[in-house]
Ligand binder design. Structure first.
Ligand code: AMP
Length: 149
């Protein structure tokens, strides 16, 4: 069974070039449609809840920079189409699942560092995404490309 609509989730780090590269080739091979997504997480979440200062300006700047970077990356990897780059705000798992459902995507593509042990306990978006995913999930192996391993 072929896939017809890929949802490519990227974190905008250097690693995402590898995810985009694989996704772009797969997209061409399958003549599939591609949608890209990056989820901006609320700064208050990163700081763990109550923060005694106004983070709205910082959050706005972060969002604008993320949108710009998302479009540049999509163009670099020849994946940019009209309205196919989505910037969401919230919790990555929830937002990515929701977008996949809304756009009838049949494959979500993410990167995976293959974390285990303590590192996994500290959180892996890929593992989180697998649970309750509305379609198949493909994890691109990023291990060889980690500089700290
Ligand atoms: P992590 O487990 O945080 O290292 O992330 C693994 C993969 O999940 C990344 O390579 C991306 O494909 C995806 N991902 C992580 N964070 C985000 C995000 N904020 N928005 C979209 N995708 C993300």
């Amino acid at each position: 069974m072929a896939y017809s609509h890929l949802l490519i989730a990227i974190d905008l780090t250097d690693d995402c070039h590898r995810v985009l590269d694989k996704a772009s080739k797969l997209c061409q091979a399958l003549s599939a449609q591609a949608t890209l997504v990056h989820v901006v997480e609320p700064l208050t979440m990163a700081f763990g809840g109550d923060v005694p200062m106004d983070l709205s300006l910082l959050q706005q700047q972060q969002t604008e920079q993320a949108q710009e970077k998302l479009n540049i990356l999509a163009e670099q990897h020849q994946l940019l189409k009209e309205n196919n780059c989505h910037l969401c705000f919230g919790q990555p798992r929830k937002e990515i699942h929701q977008l996949a459902t809304e756009h009838n995507c049949d494959l979500i593509i993410v990167g995976s560092h293959g974390r285990h042990g303590l590192a996994l306990l500290l959180g892996s978006t890929t593992n989180d995404l697998l649970s309750g995913a509305p379609c198949d999930v493909l994890a691109v192996d990023l291990k060889d490309h980690d500089t700290d391993e």
